[in-house]
Write a protein that binds this ligand. Structure first.
Ligand code: ZN
Ligand code: ZN
Length: 402
């Protein structure tokens, strides 16, 4: 069987779109059982790395970090530990404190960093790796997010979330038994992040029509295939079985690789991510505990499907966009856009999938108020300069009725 890296690389090689397709510099991706530890040690030696820094938090040290440390040390690799301390909510956060801690605990002669944890831990290590120009290895402990294999690191700087382009790992190793032992809410969030591709892919097409944003049909097809693979294994994903978690992590990895090749997050992030970011910024402002990224994204994507279907009616009602050039494009592609949003699954269907996998399906279950939802629906599209249905909905509103 061909590796992910080879199959994703060859899919992009035959793509004739004008986008730049960046090379994947990752050397190995392996999801396996016990065998993964031996293979990781061998990889580290093959690369000529001698000194490693293992970055974990208290939970991931127990679930996998201790074992990784023991096995690497038994093969003669030097391991020093950087144990990221929790914030006052008891969570690991990719904020200044954690970033400085890991930078300080990475000696000058370190050859490679190893991130053992879920998304946040990876963001911290990704930043340290980028700043210090030391490669890092990804060791995900939960199938919780699609960012493991991408280069963007969402960081919290002075209480605000900023995504910084850093680097992708040189390799990824995952132990399926560790994924199975992870809290079930994490894989449910990973599924929510995948389900979000339903609206992000639809929004990506709209951004191409409305703003000529770079669109790559291969990137869209690979992301869609990864999403469909999760949905066709829904029972396994819901049971969080070996098969289900493997399919889920593979799908998340592919989504990350597509972002890596295209060097932007367009395929994986649309209006649903903007809503999720808006809610996250509100939680940060109020110093409330954070919610899982994918849990927010899944709920946001489900509710957007209804909003996007209603948008089609607004489009048909003769409303216009204030910018004449945008309005021309809007009229030109109106039918395609209506079909694009018309084909989305129903909100209820999306919620049933989320419930089945054990995640929150509504804003009430997430703990987001109606007021905050309304505020996000009106302002979240301003977070990034990208065309989405959410942006169109707000622009159409601004236009005087004929
Ligand atoms: Zn995401
Ligand atoms: Zn392409």
């Amino acid at each position: 069987m061909r590796s992910f890296i080879e199959s994703v690389t060859s899919a992009f090689q035959s793509c004739t779109c004008p986008s730049l397709h960046h090379e994947i510099n990752m050397k190995e991706i392996l999801i396996s059982d016990e065998a993964v530890y031996g293979r990781m040690s061998a990889f580290i030696k093959e690369q000529g790395f001698e000194k490693t820094v293992l970055v974990c938090d208290e939970n991931t040290l127990k679930s996998a970090g201790s074992k990784v440390k023991e096995i690497l040390e038994s093969s003669g690799i030097s391991v020093s530990l950087s144990l990221v301390l929790p914030n006052h909510h008891g969570d690991a956060a990719a904020d200044e404190k954690s970033l400085v801690q890991v930078l300080l605990e990475t000696p000058k002669d370190t050859d490679v960093l190893v991130a053992v944890g879920s998304g946040t831990l990876h963001d911290i290590v990704r930043f340290a790796s980028h700043q210090r120009r030391i490669p890092f290895i990804s060791f995900p402990t939960a199938a919780s997010v699609d960012g493991f294999t991408s280069a963007g690191a969402p960081l919290i700087v002075r209480g605000e979330k900023k995504t910084i382009q850093c680097t992708a790992p040189v390799a990824l190793f995952a132990d399926i038994n560790v994924l199975k032992e992870a809290p079930p809410a994490l894989a449910a969030a990973g599924f929510g992040d995948m389900l979000g591709k339903i609206t992000s892919l639809a929004d990506w097409k709209v951004s191409r029509w409305m703003a000529n944003e770079p669109y790559c049909p291969t990137g869209a097809a690979l992301t869609k295939e990864a999403l469909e693979n999760c949905l066709s294994h829904l029972e396994d994903v819901a049971a969080q079985s070996e098969k289900g978690l493997t399919v889920l992590l593979e799908s998340l990895i592919i989504s990350g690789l597509v972002m890596l090749v295209l060097d932007h997050s367009r395929p994986a992030s649309g209006g649903e991510h903007h809503l999720s970011h808006y809610w996250e910024m509100d939680l940060l402002k109020r110093d409330a505990p954070q919610l899982l990224h994918g849990a927010k994204v899944g709920v946001a994507s489900a509710l957007l499907t209804s909003i996007y279907k209603r948008l089609i009616e607004e489009m048909k009602s003769g409303q216009e966009l204030p910018d004449p050039e945008k309005n021309r494009k809007f009229k030109l592609h109106q039918q395609e856009m209506a079909q694009n949003y018309g084909e989305l699954p129903k909100e209820k269907q999306m919620q049933e999938w989320l419930v089945k996998v054990g995640g929150p399906a509504t804003i009430e279950e997430l703990g987001i108020t109606e007021e905050l939802l309304e505020e996000a629906l009106q302002h979240a599209h301003t977070i990034r300069d990208r065309w989405t249905g959410l942006k169109m909905k707000n622009q159409l509103r601004l236009t005087p009725q004929q």
